[in-house]
Design a protein around this ligand. Sequence first.
Ligand SMILES: NC(=O)C1=CN([C@@H]2O[C@H](COP(=O)(O)OP(=O)(O)OC[C@H]3O[C@@H](n4cnc5c(N)ncnc54)[C@H](OP(=O)(O)O)[C@@H]3O)[C@@H](O)[C@H]2O)C=CC1
Ligand SMILES: N[C@@H](CCC(=O)OP(=O)(O)O)C(=O)O
Length: 427
Amino acid sequence: MSAESHSPDNDINAYMHGLGRAARAAGRRLAASDGGARNTALHAIAARLRHERDALRTANEVDLAAGRESGLDAALLDRLTLTDARIESMAAGLEQIAALPDPVGAVSHLDPMPSGIRVGRMRVPLGVVGIIYESRPNVTADAAALCLKSGNACVLRGGSEALHSNRAIADCIAAGLAEAGLPETAVQVVGTTDRAAVGALITLDAFIDVLVPRGGKGLIERIMREATVPMIKHLHGVCHCFVDAGADADMAERVVVNAKTQRYGTCNTLETLLVDAATAPALLPRLKTVFDGHGVELRGCERSRAIVDGITPAQADDWDAEYLAPILSVAVVDGIDAALEHIDRHSSRHTEAIITRDHARAQRFLREVDSSSVMVNASTRFADGFEYGLGAEIGISTDKLHARGPVGLEGLTTQKYIVLGEGHIRE
Ligand SMILES: NC(=O)C1=CN([C@@H]2O[C@H](COP(=O)(O)OP(=O)(O)OC[C@H]3O[C@@H](n4cnc5c(N)ncnc54)[C@H](OP(=O)(O)O)[C@@H]3O)[C@@H](O)[C@H]2O)C=CC1
Ligand SMILES: N[C@@H](CCC(=O)OP(=O)(O)O)C(=O)O
């Protein structure tokens, strides 16, 4: 072999090629597999996760120690942490997914045509899904389970900070698949943190059918530039809440505080609060007191700062920021038109909410805001597959084609036409 073929890039390309080829073969077997076998695997993986709880926590401790050492902030460390309760919730999540109806092979609209043939649609797996995601180990189990249930093989590239945790979870998944007689290569975790592996994955169009990138702008920009595999974008969330004139102040406080503080590090966390000028003088002082209690820094426009002391002046880039941290930008706006305008300019089209008592303005907000979830009088934190009754989610699509919003089993499948004849020929 030439010196060049030993270079890390070449090795990584060969390695990723191997994962892709194995995934493609496993995908074909999964697509043809019995739903019962896939459910058996899900239950076996859940049992393994419970049984290997100590090993999982030990592996996770290695990641956490490295994360602390490298100065990972509190929200990211929280996202990385596996506790006994989180391991139990991963296992229970797998069992819940097993209990969902099997989407694969369902036939709909089988209707007779004038020619005599019958034409219907059959729900089928996408094939092989490549998922690139943040350092959140539970996603490894959730994503594997959703892909498995929907008959897809997957290649999982989690965040580098979670590598040891992900490998330990992958071992449990492989054991569960083997126990159910399914190919272990149906779920493969990329075993290197080298981003060259991402570069290879996103161009493996011979083997990968669709990419699910969950991440921030840097990731998506790279994929938009380089990928030859189609993707369902799961982008960052710059989520807004607009508190309308005449809104119930208690409700506004409850919802806004929940949307900001229930978890700081998630994509559906509130990042910008818009308050109608008529509501701001009464609402902002009480919100400031509550947010002070939570240690949330408010960064506001001049009008908000004229109402309450202690709000940091917002800079231009605050309106486009996804903080994933105890920081909230605040703007006072003149009515719903100004709120819609601001949202249109700055939203990442993930999730927005209005707090209102006015039916007409609620309807306008629902119709006019162009985001994957639009809410009335509810916390943006509800944008979640489990909360929407999907059982679980692979993420929240900010794309418009194929799947939008929380993506569950249906989003991981497609439909093909099936045609049934009895020797029919076209005249
Ligand atoms: N819409 C949704 O469903 C979801 C959205 N998100 C969003 O993800 C972000 C939070 O996660 P964060 O960890 O900061 O996200 P990042 O985008 O930094 O990382 C996510 C994954 O992408 C990889 N990655 C990032 N940039 C590149 C690149 N240029 N080339 C190759 N790989 C890359 C990371 O690898 P590495 O480990 O090497 O950095 C990691 O595996 C937030 O914006 C959040 O809103 C998160 C989850 C779900
Ligand atoms: N649906 C999830 C949020 C999506 C998600 O995974 O976000 P992140 O914490 O950024 O990885 C939830 O509500 O917890």
